[in-house]
Ligand binder design. Structure first.
Ligand code: TGC
Ligand code: FAD
Length: 387
């Protein structure tokens, strides 16, 4: 018995949404699930699947078909993220960085030439992108970034470093946010092979072990002028990208959460202690009931925010609320599910510990749990408490 839709939320979806879900789910079952534990155990990233995600339409699903995207709506984007993260957060991270943090800014802020040059190849997974906002000294406060570029007439000269960047070591191009000589944040497309651009890998992670994470280091990198994103200025540029990615995460973590919950239900029905299935104990049923209630409320929030986003009515604070709430619920579900499995909960024979460790990154990246709480506090009171 697999429970994924306690309140018949399917009735609110279109046939197309359901078909997309089935196709991504089947692909995850066939291509991701069989290899994902070993990849995590060995701390090996699974880039080989990126092109297949492109064929499935999972990269830039909301980008118009004219530029190689699938031209799908925001709910479809959420469903794709959910099904990918049911497999593993690493695969969802690749799809959400590529879609929301690389293709989205090129589509929204880029020139026609940049869109034609990069978007179709990114949609196919022929090019892999990364997004550089966080720096060694600036995570929650990206507005204080130190990476900067100066206008040298024929080109821009870029110096600085970004840290904790998903897919940095394998990226073909990076969307890099840096300040110009007037202190304005601008977006640059930095391409692999540009002299002075290096991408050292970050090792020894206990989370997102099947994802490649690293730095973007710029040592006097000459950036051609046509690689500046012309149609955006200020911190709101990267923040708009984050709105899209944070929304996708709110759906993605439902996949991880339900995978943990269903594993725990199954195990509790089969595992016997004191001559009874552990599912028969009231304390186990309390855990399962609370988990399903929380996951169902998280589903409804994701769907409603998706509807508002599709209608162009969503606010960044609403997205902060759903990102924070849903990641928190998924992580709580992972921790409770692990307890239900007892010692087996820490084994790679089950997905729970892997999801739990991954979610420890998700609760921090794209804005920490506490930063999103403060964004909600700001929305309620009109007083920014983070500075
Ligand atoms: P603040 O003064 O509030 O704002 C500066 C300008 O930005 C605008 N803005 C937004 N615009 C659109 N959407 C949003 N969500 C926005 N948030 C802010 C704001 O209106 C203002 O515009 P303007 O025109 O008036 O200049 O900025 P602040 O310096 O006080 O910082 C605010 C704060 C703390 C909320 C924000 O910076 C923040 O959210 N910090 C968290 C940083 C973060 O989320 N980093 C994520 C890095 S990327 C990542 O983690 C990818 S993981 C990928 C994966 O593997 O899936
Ligand atoms: P800090 O900002 O140093 O925060 C540390 C603690 O202090 C947190 O608990 C935080 O909530 C708290 N804190 C900070 N300020 C306040 C305040 N004003 N009030 C109260 N508490 C506060 N970044 C990218 O740009 N691109 C990527 O692709 C990317 N991928 C990532 C992948 C992984 C696996 C991870 C782990 C991170 C990734 N990040 C990426 C970085 C991520 O966005 C940052 O880690 C995150 O924004 C937090 O920054 P920080 O780690 O520097 O923590």
């Amino acid at each position: 018995m697999i429970i994924t839709d306690y309140l018949n939320i399917d009735d609110l979806l279109t046939e197309e949404h359901k078909l997309i879900r089935t196709s991504i789910k089947n692909w995850v079952n066939k291509e991701v699930k069989p290899i994902i534990d070993e990849a995590n155990q060995k701390h090996e990233a699974i880039h080989s699947l990126t092109k297949q995600m492109g064929e499935l339409g999972a990269l830039g699903s909301f980008i118009p078909e004219k530029f190689g995207g699938a031209g799908l709506d925001q709910i479809a984007y959420g469903i794709i993220m959910q099904e990918l993260e049911r497999g593993d957060t690493s695969i969802r991270s690749t799809a959400s960085v590529q879609s929301s943090l690389v293709m989205y800014p090129i589509f929204e802020f880029g020139s026609e030439e940049q869109k034609i040059k990069f978007l179709p190849k990114l949609a196919k997974g022929e090019l892999i992108g990364s997004f550089g906002l966080t720096e060694p000294n600036h995570g929650s406060d990206p507005g204080a970034m130190e990476t900067k570029f100066i206008d040298k007439g024929d080109y821009y000269l870029l110096n600085g470093a970004k840290m904790w960047i998903t897919n940095a070591p394998i990226c073909d191009l990076a969307i890099v946010w840096a300040k110009n000589e007037h202190g304005k944040v601008k977006g640059l497309i930095v391409e692999r092979g540009m002299q002075g651009f290096t991408t050292p890998e970050t090792h020894k992670k206990w989370s997102l072990r099947a994802s490649s994470t690293g730095e973007l280091v710029f040592d006097n990198v000459k950036i051609p002028k046509e690689n500046l994103l012309p149609n955006i200025s200020g911190l709101k540029g990267p923040m708009m990208c984050l709105n899209s990615a944070r929304y996708g995460i709110a759906w993605g973590v439902l996949g991880a959460g339900f995978d943990c919950f269903n594993t725990a239900v199954q195990y509790s029905l089969e595992r016997k202690q004191f001559n009874r299935p552990i599912a028969s104990f009231q304390l186990t049923q309390k855990k399962l009931s609370e988990m399903l209630t929380d996951l169902t409320s998280a589903q409804l929030m994701a769907l409603r925010v998706g509807q508002l986003k599709e209608e162009g009515k969503v606010t960044p604070s609403q997205i902060s609320m759903v990102k924070r709430n849903n990641v928190n619920i998924a992580l709580k579900v992972a921790r409770e599910s692990r307890q239900i499995l007892g010692a087996m909960g820490i084994s790679g024979d089950f997905p729970i510990m892997r999801h739990m460790m991954n979610l420890e990154s998700v609760i921090t990246y794209e804005g920490t749990h506490d930063i999103h709480l403060l964004i909600t506090g700001f929305d309620i009171t009109g007083i920014a408490s983070f500075k």
